[in-house]
Ligand binder design. Structure first.
Ligand code: ATP
Length: 284
């Protein structure tokens, strides 16, 4: 039952190419999946290092099981797993431009407002899909978004995500565990209560990251200073050249956004055109 949403891949159909990154569990490779008579599928291959502990093994496969349940153009797609042979592997669609934070830093200033808001709007669609399924990601940040060659952005890294039980009234509490302070909503830091609304907070920080081309939110402030900022949970100052402006989503609901062109309102309109049912935005 544990692996019910995953497909076991026969390793002979898989060829591994160069290393593309280092994950929490082991190396990440680029590779190609080739079934007889079918097209080649470029994949990213996450491996579980041979020295894994039981909890690493569990978390590794847990992430695959979570991913395997999602089918959305803005959520990273799971191709399959290798569990019957060592090393164990998780295969996902290959995202040519890698993680969004480093991709933006390498391409500072190169995108139009339309392209930047397109990335954000895609991520919002993916987050709406998750929140509609009662999934709280808890670690939404540019480093956990992957970008393909068409600039499409997909939510990945479900290591911290949790499904909410109906009786939990949309909250998830953690005991202990690491929290990404700069991206986490004040109430989630204070009471360890994670909800789709706290994911929306992280989405706001992610907007800041995208519009600043991958700067560090709150700059050189320490985590302690971020937590203690006044008023509690204040937002980071606008990135250079951007103006802070509240954006009205539905009657009575506003989200704080950053508009590069406050006068022309190009960002604002792009964000406003999201359907009002976008709970990832409107539940704020
Ligand atoms: P951490 O929790 O430290 O981020 P992780 O185990 O979650 O590690 P990832 O961040 O998913 O591992 O992967 C590490 C790196 O490998 C990423 O930053 C990215 O550069 C690359 N990578 C991961 N998945 C893909 C993919 N599907 N396509 C292209 N590159 C990928």
């Amino acid at each position: 039952a544990f692996l019910q949403f995953t497909r076991e891949i026969e390793p002979s159909h898989l060829s591994t190419e160069n290393t593309i990154g280092e994950g929490e569990f082991g190396e990440v490779y680029r590779g190609v999946l080739k079934y007889p008579g079918k097209e080649r599928i470029p994949v990213a291959i996450k491996t579980l290092k041979s020295t894994y502990s039981e909890s690493q093994w569990w978390n590794f496969l847990r992430e695959a099981t979570i991913m395997g349940q999602f089918h959305h153009p803005n959520i990273i797609h799971l191709e399959g797993v290798v569990t019957r042979k060592k090393p164990m592997m998780i295969l996902t669609e290959f995202m040519e431009n890698g993680a969004l934070d480093s991709f933006l830093r390498e391409n500072d200033g190169k995108f139009s407002p339309f392209q930047l808001t397109g990335m954000l709007s895609g991520i919002a669609s993916g987050m709406k899909y998750l929140s509609d399924r009662n999934y709280v990601h808890r670690d939404l940040a540019a480093r956990n978004i992957l970008v393909n060659r068409d600039l499409e952005c997909k939510v990945s890294d479900f290591g911290l995500s949790r499904i909410l039980q109906d009786d939990e009234e949309g909250t998830y509490e953690t005991r202990g565990g690491k929290i990404p302070i700069r991206w986490t909503a004040p109430e989630a830091i204070a009471y360890r209560t994670f909800t789709s609304a706290s994911d929306v907070w992280s989405y706001g920080i992610l907007m800041w990251e995208v519009l600043s081309y991958g700067d560090k939110p709150y700059g050189e402030m320490s985590n302690q200073e971020v937590r203690g900022s006044e008023p509690p949970g204040s937002v980071p100052p606008p990135p250079p050249n951007l103006t802070l402006s509240p954006i009205l989503l539905e009657e009575g609901e506003a989200v704080t956004g950053y508009s590069r062109f406050l006068k022309s309102q190009s960002h604002v309109q792009m964000i406003l055109t999201l359907p009002p049912s976008h709970s990832a935005l409107s539940r704020l």
